[in-house]
Design a protein around this ligand. Structure first.
Ligand code: TXA
Ligand code: MG
Length: 344
């Protein structure tokens, strides 16, 4: 299959391109599109055969349910039996936006592969012009996970989607680089207090300001649960080819680590703030100024992918605090590294 990547620039009306995307979706095909978090690979959420193509193209395990994207808050009542009061408040404040709400789904409204046999579904209204325009023209909900091959870092550029899925999908809507760069916060609102299943751009602090107490399980608590609540969180994720090691953000320690590794014959890629540029790594990718977590989140996946294009056989990444969006960054870094730390 030939894969087309078509630019949907902000100023043009791009009517033809949207029509093409809608036609493909209506006809049971998958289409990749940008959101404010990462690119998604979408299919009509009521079409089981189409949804199965998402799993196939991604190589995604079928026990991992998909997020359903909608174009308006009004639609929620079509799919959800009883909308919790707290959910209503959160939608009002954070939608459109990077918040996925897990609620009890009406039986039979979505294709079985979307929910993977669960009685709940994750809904979100994305805050991106292209995604919203597509949803409104299609007038149907779109099931969409991130548009990467399973296990790879999520795509924050259309070219990342192309690298992973070329030949496997017919169309990528290219809307440029996504803003947030990390997947949405997934909040289970079927329990009280609600539980964050995946930290993201909408932080625990932001949620608590609107609905009071919210639980963000720490690493140990997540491991205590025999079956992780968000099935996707149990797989190795967000990982480039070379092994990733986390290291404390301390220039002397990082410098020493690099010297040791090079001495042992490694080619080292370093992902770190800009002030680490001259400490001897073979390849250097920067998140920008130390402490700028928004930028670190936005660039992280692009940088991890860039490492794959180098000859590096080890990747060191300096860590950040778990305050605010740092919780999401550290969550993804723990996954990318498999929890490995480099100590000197
Ligand atoms: O930002 C995002 O959320 C992106 C963009 C494309 O919207 N989508 C995304 O989807 O990251 P995906 O499928 O890669 O991640 C969805 C996560 C997985 O960890 C999945 O296990 C969890 O949400 N999830 C989905 N439905 C669930 C449910 N009913 N109960 C618990 N977890 C669920
Ligand atoms: Mg994903």
């Amino acid at each position: 299959m030939e894969t087309f990547r078509l630019l949907v620039d902000k100023d043009g009306d791009n009517e033809q391109i949207y029509s093409q995307a809608v036609d493909l979706l209506e006809n049971g095909e998958v289409v990749a599109f940008p959101t404010e978090t990462v690119y998604g690979l979408g299919a009509v959420a009521t079409d089981d055969r189409a949804v199965k193509k998402i799993f196939e193209a991604k190589g995604r395990p079928s026990d991992n349910p998909l997020i359903v994207h909608i174009g308006s808050i009004e639609e929620v009542s079509n799919f959800i039996e009883e909308i919790p009061q707290k959910a209503r408040k959160l939608m009002e404040i954070f939608w459109p936006g990077a918040l996925t709400l897990i609620m009890k789904v009406k039986p039979g409204v979505f294709a079985p592969s979307v929910t993977a046999g669960l009685s709940t579904v994750g809904l979100r209204m994305p805050d991106h012009e292209v995604a919203l325009k597509l949803l409104r023209k299609l007038k149907k909900p779109i099931a969409a996970p991130s548009a990467n091959r399973s296990g790879k870092p999520s795509p924050t550029k259309a070219i990342h989607v192309e690298e992973d899925l070329r030949g496997k999908i017919p169309l990528i809507l290219d809307g440029g680089t996504t803003g947030i760069g990390l997947e949405s916060t997934v909040l289970d609102i079927t329990v009280n207090p609600p539980v964050i299943l995946r930290p993201g751009g909408i932080t625990k602090e932001m949620l608590e300001e609107v609905i009071g107490e919210v639980i963000l399980p720490n690493k140990e608590q997540q491991q205590l649960e025999s079956t992780p609540k968000a099935p996707g969180m149990k797989y190795t994720h967000y990982a480039p080819e070379a092994p990733v090691y986390l290291i404390e953000s301390d220039q002397q320690k990082v410098e020493k680590a690099i010297a040791q590794l090079k001495n042992d014959g490694y080619k080292v890629a370093l992902l770190a703030p800009s002030n680490y540029h001259a400490i001897g790594a073979d390849y250097f990718f920067t998140f920008g100024i130390e402490g700028d977590q928004e930028r670190m989140g936005a660039k992280l996946y692009d940088d991890l992918r860039a490492c794959d294009k180098t000859e590096a056989n080890i990747i060191l990444v300096t860590t950040t605090s778990t305050e605010g969006v740092g919780a999401a960054i550290m969550n993804r870094l723990e996954k990318a590294s498999g929890g490995k730390w480099y100590t000197v």
